[in-house]
Design a protein around this ligand. Structure first.
Ligand code: SF4
Length: 497
């Protein structure tokens, strides 16, 4: 049986799509290609179990749609698994409908956060055969392949077309039954790791790659977060620190990888983190790679930052989402904005003490239905101050978008704040919820956040910090990406419908 794990080309004047692990879909003028870790684990697991796997990321390999279509038809896969997100789900329906004409016996399976929220919608609106209501694509695709080829029972989580055009389900999936430690290390050659090793704004050192120690976030309660649909809070699973260390030592170093970004929604903290940092140092891996991760404010103490600095942690991404405490509370983010500066000081102190390079990055959003223009602007002032004091080194700004399956989506729908359920428009090029600020203002404020780092103090510090050609190259690439993001948020009206 041949299984294709496919990302079909999605051609658009808006740019290159970033879906998969990107919790919020965006079109990028300057593309970033994120290694899709769970689909790569699915490919590896299927191959290990004897299936013929075709890794088919036509977005990262920049294929034209017609060429990709011809190639896939020639491959004649038995199953095509496609990961989708809200703003492109309708495009995937059209692609599946078209391909079914050429590959009538092929099973098309859709997965992703949107599908988990609304599994039956895609069965009703397209010729997709199976839709997965789960984030464990690896365990689930193996179960589907076994079911179709060997007649074994199908695991929970699958919705499919039953005889008589009715929609049936294999029941709920219990994520806790899927042991992450039982999975193989990713076969990076099979899954084209080089496609994702260079064009990525998160990497200072290339080639870089991604890992995921856990699924997905030990907090898992932010009301807007699309991955809480895939991995609801309170059910966090994590591999042993030794397993991640083994993967780095045995596989990633051998490939010549210089930077690893662990894309667990929030990297494990506490004793797990200390053990992992010690392991990096004991195995000498801190001399060979830089390590980056997502983190939450309010959980790390000075001893953790010290350990991270010694272990060569570099890029640490924190979501603040807004500088207004009331908004943070409403989002169930549960961080104390007044304590953010103090925590960032800890990271910088660890850098000074251990010649570390922890480089804090924050993410924010603009366009909350309850925030005024003045309140939204206070987030810009806050980020500007953090840049000015040298407490953060980079940031990301996005437009608030409610994704189906999140409690934020339910809240805006219940309150009558939703402007449209045309999913094509959920791509951050406009506000799809009622807000005090207009779509034009949200784009203007988002651009202002990207410009906020241009403080004289920050620019001078960066110039004085240049030590190598690598630093210069990274700064140049960062500037190009900022210009790209300014262009991403230039157009406020969707022209691609
Ligand atoms: S902390 Fe981050 S990954 Fe975790 S639920 Fe909140 S937004 Fe999602």
């Amino acid at each position: 049986m041949k299984i294709a794990i496919s990302y079909p080309p999605l051609e658009s004047p808006k740019g290159i799509p970033l879906l998969s692990q990107n919790r919020q879909f965006q079109w990028f003028n300057k593309p970033t290609f994120i290694y899709p870790v769970i689909p790569a684990l699915a490919a590896t697991l299927l191959k290990q179990e004897g299936y013929d796997v075709f890794w088919d990321d036509a977005i990262a390999s920049r294929m034209a749609y017609e060429n990709w279509k011809i190639r896939l038809i020639e491959q004649k896969p038995d199953i095509v698994a496609i990961e989708t997100k809200t703003p492109v789900v309708k495009r995937h329906w059209s692609i599946i409908n078209e391909l079914k004409e050429f590959l009538p016996r092929t099973i098309f399976a859709l997965m992703g956060d949107h599908i988990t929220a609304l599994p039956d919608e895609s069965l009703q609106h397209s010729r997709a055969d199976y839709c997965l209501k789960s984030g464990d694509y690896d365990f689930s695709l193996l179960s589907l392949a076994n079911h179709l080829s060997k007649g074994t029972a199908l695991c929970g989580g699958w919705h499919f077309r039953a005889p008589g055009s009715l929609i049936a389900s294999s029941g709920p999936q219990n994520l806790q039954e899927n042991d992450l430690n039982s999975l193989p290390h990713i076969d990076r050659e099979l899954t084209g790791w080089r496609l994702y090793a260079f064009e990525n704004g998160n990497f200072k050192y290339t080639p870089g790659t991604y890992t995921m120690a856990g699924r997905d976030c030990w907090w898992g309660k932010c009301t807007f977060c699309s991955w809480t649909t895939l991995f609801p809070g309170g059910k966090f699973r994590v591999i042993k620190p030794e397993r991640l260390l083994d993967d780095i030592e045995l596989n990633l170093i051998t490939l010549g990888i210089k930077e690893v970004f662990d894309d667990t929604g929030c990297f494990p903290a506490g004793k797990w983190l200390l053990k992992f940092c010690d392991g990096l140092v004991e195995r000498g891996l801190n001399k060979k790679i830089a390590f980056s991760c997502n983190m939450r404010f309010g959980v790390l103490k000075q001893e953790h930052y010290d350990a991270m600095a010694k272990a060569n942690f570099r890029f640490v991404l924190y979501g603040i989402e807004s500088a207004n405490q009331e908004t943070i509370e409403r989002l169930n983010k549960k961080i104390d904005i007044a304590a953010v500066r103090e925590e960032l000081e800890m990271a910088k102190k660890a850098n000074r003490k251990y010649k570390g390079m922890i480089s804090p990055h924050i993410t924010t959003m603009i366009g909350y239905p309850w925030e005024s223009y003045k309140e939204a602007k206070s987030t810009i002032d806050f980020t500007r101050e953090l840049f000015d004091c040298g407490l953060i080194d980079s940031l990301q700004a996005t437009v608030v978008t409610p994704y189906p399956g999140t409690s934020f989506f339910n809240e805006v729908k219940k309150n009558g704040w939703l402007l449209t359920e045309d999913w094509d428009r959920y791509d951050m090029r406009e506000l799809v919820i009622k807000s005090d600020i207009t779509s034009e203002q949200s784009s203007e404020l988002t651009r202002a956040i990207y410009k906020s780092f241009m403080t004289p103090g920050f620019i001078l510090r960066k110039l004085f910090s240049i030590r190598s050609i690598n630093d210069l190259r990274y700064m140049w690439m960062a500037a190009v990406r900022v210009i790209g993001h300014l262009a991403d948020f230039k157009t406020t009206v969707n022209t691609d419908r």
